[in-house]
Design a protein around this ligand. Structure first.
Ligand code: FES
Length: 114
C-alpha cells in the first residue's frame, strides 16, 4: 500500500518572496541518493503568499504568469487561472495544486509530496 509522503524543500529567503504577482522557483535535493526536483510558483495572492504547482490540471503543461492580465495562462489549450490558482476558463477541471509553505530560519520552504 502506497504511503503518502511529503518533504520540505528550501526555496528562497523570505525577503525575496514576490511582493506582487508570481515568480517561479525550483527546488532540488539529492540527499538520500534519490534526486528530487521540481518547480513551484510563489504567488502574492489576496489571501496571502501561496505556493502553487505550475502544472496545468488539464494535461500538465506549465502555466505562465501574465503580469498584465494578472492570470496564469496555459499555452497548450488556453486554460486560465486567477491569481489564487482557481481555474476560470478553458479545459482545466480544477485549480492549480497548492503546497504548504513554512518559514524556517528566514527561508521560505515548501512542503511537496514525493
Ligand atoms: Fe493546460 Fe490543456 S494542458 S489547458
Amino acid at each position: 500500500k502506497a504511503r503518502h509522503k511529503e518533504r520540505l524543500f528550501p526555496l528562497v529567503d523570505a525577503d525575496e518572496a514576490p511582493r506582487r504577482g508570481a515568480r517561479e522557483f525550483s527546488y532540488r535535493n539529492d540527499r538520500d541518493g534519490r534526486e528530487l526536483e521540481g518547480r513551484v510558483l510563489l504567488v502574492r495572492a489576496p489571501e496571502g503568499l501561496l505556493a502553487l504547482s505550475p502544472s496545468c490540471t488539464h494535461l500538465g503543461c506549465t502555466v505562465v504568469w501574465h503580469r498584465g492580465k494578472k492570470e496564469f495562462l496555459c499555452p497548450c489549450h488556453g486554460g486560465r487561472y486567477d491569481i489564487s490558482g482557481k481555474n476560470i476558463d478553458g479545459p482545466p477541471p480544477s485549480p492549480l495544486r497548492r503546497f504548504a509553505l513554512e518559514i524556517r530560519e528566514g527561508m521560505i520552504h515548501v512542503r511537496v509530496p514525493v
